[in-house]
Design a protein around this ligand. Structure first.
Ligand code: ARG
Length: 284
């Protein structure tokens, strides 16, 4: 009698357990799906996505030699393009360059049109709110104030820029510097592109000076004997880094590995030298 009761009790428990488990299955499944989507949000798989696509899409603003420009054959060329090739190679995929105005790059990265930015972009606190940056791959002397050679004596320091027309590229740290330091004392004219727009404006006399990065200034004046660097002002020591989407840790890891290797082996220095020489020799 007692054994029978026990048996029934046992059977009852087993049935209860099986039924309970079966009833909890949908909950478990939906829970698992939720965890998966949460994981995806916490560490999205950027590298996997790029590999599956078979192509790395890099955004740039190809008006800033020797970092990025369009060569005479119509191809994208320059230091950043060479670095981009190395990153694509490390990922084992093709490279596609998307050219746009500098001021549009961060938005394009944030809405997924491009995988990363290589545009001699300087990491700033403001930009860090919107994108993540790799380690820096170049250090800078700061901003260069460029004018025409015949007017070199007129411009020796920031004060000399008061009341003048100052050209900058839209969305750059040079624009920010000019607005902060001379916004109410001079007229700041922002251009979408440095090449050819802003250079032509300077040569025509529409603007008295233009404020650009140190390396682009140094190659511009070599190539164009009518132009000269008046002085350096503002800017940051950290020149440029690669921008990736916020939280794209997997992609940042690949980019940093490539950059570290290039910096350590001297390959980066070599690329800077070669690309500067190439652009200077390109005669356009
Ligand atoms: N380094 C400056 C900045 O980050 C200017 C970069 C402009 N780059 C370009 N490709 N036009 O604001």
């Amino acid at each position: 009698m007692q054994a029978k009761t026990l048996t029934w009790l046992f059977v009852g428990i087993v049935i209860g357990l099986v039924a309970g488990y079966a009833a909890s299955l949908p909950i478990q499944n939906s829970l698992q799906a939720k965890i998966a989507s949460l994981e995806e949000k916490l560490s999205p798989k950027y590298v996997e996505k790029i590999k599956a696509r078979g192509k790395l899409i890099v955004g740039t603003s190809a008006d800033w030699p020797p970092f990025e420009y369009v060569d005479k054959e119509g191809n994208f060329a320059g230091i950043d393009i060479e670095i981009a090739k190395k990153i694509a190679e490390a990922l084992g995929v093709e490279l596609e360059i998307k050219d746009m105005k500098f001021a549009a790059l961060i938005e394009a990265l944030r809405n997924g049109q491009i995988d990363m930015i290589l545009a001699d972009m300087t990491p700033t606190a403001e930009r860090e709110q919107l994108v993540d940056f790799s380690i820096p791959y170049y250090f800078s002397k700061g901003n260069a104030v460029v004018t025409t050679k015949d007017r070199l004596n007129e411009f020796r320091e920031v004060d000399d820029l008061k009341g003048r027309n100052i050209g900058v590229q839209l969305g750059t740290i040079q624009e920010e510097w000019a607005k902060e330091n001379l916004g109410d004392k001079a007229s700041i004219v922002s251009y979408d592109h440095v090449y050819p727009e802003m250079i032509m404006a300077l040569k025509r006399g529409d603007i008295d000076v233009m404020v650009v990065g140190d390396i682009i200034a140094s190659v511009i004046i070599e190539k164009d004997p009518d132009l000269a660097i008046a002085f350096y002002a503002g800017g940051t020591r950290i020149g440029a880094a690669v921008a990736v989407p916020q939280g794209a840790e997997d992609l940042k890891y690949v980019v940093n590995s490539v950059l570290e290797k290039m910096l350590e082996t001297g390959e980066m220095e070599q690329i800077f030298k070669e690309e500067i020489a190439k652009w200077l020799g390109a005669g356009s």
